[in-house]
Design a protein around this ligand. Sequence first.
Ligand SMILES: [Zn+2]
Length: 311
Amino acid sequence: MAFSDSLLTAKALLVLAALLVFVPLERLRPAVRSPLLLTSLAHGREALRRLGRNLGLFVLNLLLGPLVVVPLTVLADRSSLGWRPPWLESPLAMPVDVLLLDLWIYWWHRLNHEIPWLWRFHLVHHLDEWLDTSSALRFHFGEVLLSALVRAAVILLLDIGLASVLIFEALVMVAAIFHHSNVALPAELERRLAHFLVTPSIHWIHHHARRRDTDSNYATILSLWDRLFGTRSPTPRTADLRIGVEGLRDRPFLRLLATPLEGRLCRDPRLRTLPASDGAAIEDPASGARGAGASDGGGAASRAARGARRW
Ligand SMILES: [Zn+2]
C-alpha cells in the first residue's frame, strides 16, 4: 500500500473515531437539548428532516472527493514551482505546513463571509438552526469545489507535501466535529482548551444568528488566528443562543442546493433579511434583537434551550 493510501485510511479511521466519540457524547452530555431527544412528533420530524439535509449534503461531497477533490490535490502535490525555502525541508516541515494550512483556512473562511458570491455558497452551512456533529458535515458542494481549487493553488505555491495535506485534512475534520458538537465540556477544561484550540464555546458564537457574531471567530484548529487578526467575538456562549443566519431560516434540501443561484441573493448577495411574508419575527434572547423568521412554531434554535446558562 502506498504511503498516501495508508494516510488516507488513517484519516478515514481518525474521522470515524471522532464521530464515535462525539456523537454519543453530545447525547449523553448535551450543552443544549438535542432535537433528537425532543419527544413531540412535530419536533421529531423536523429533527429528522434536518439530519437528512445535513447528511444529504455530506453524501454529495463524499461523491465529489474521489472525482475532483483528490485528483486536484494530487495534481497540485506533483507539480512544483520550486519556491519552497530550503529550511522547510527539515523535520519541521510537517508542523509548519499544517500551521500554514490552518492560517490559509482562516483567511479562506473569512473571505467566504466577506466576498458576497462566496457567501452564497457558505450560507448553506450557516443556515443550520441546530449545531451538532452533523453540522460539521454540512457544506454546499460548490463551496467544497472552490475550497479544493484554492487549496490546490496554495499547495502548489508553497510546495506542500501530500502527507502534510492529508494530516491537515484529518485534523480539520476532527476539529470541525469537535467544535460543532453539542457537548457540554467541563467549564474549566473548555476555558483552558480555548487558549489554543477552537472549542464549541468559540465556534457556536460564529453560528449565532446575529451578523456581528457570524462575521467573527473564523479559526478552525488553532484559536490564535482570531486574536491575531482582531476577529474574536466578545459575546459569551449562552444556552439560549439562537443558531442560524440573522433574518433567514433553513430551507428544504433542493432549495439549499439552489441557494447560490437564488436571484434575490444574486441581486443583493449580502441580503440576510427576508420579506415579512417569510415569517413572523423571532426573538434572539442573547442579543434582544428581532429578525424575520418562519412561523412554524418550531424555530429550532429558539426552542433549543431554556434559561440563559453561561459556560
Ligand atoms: Zn462561517
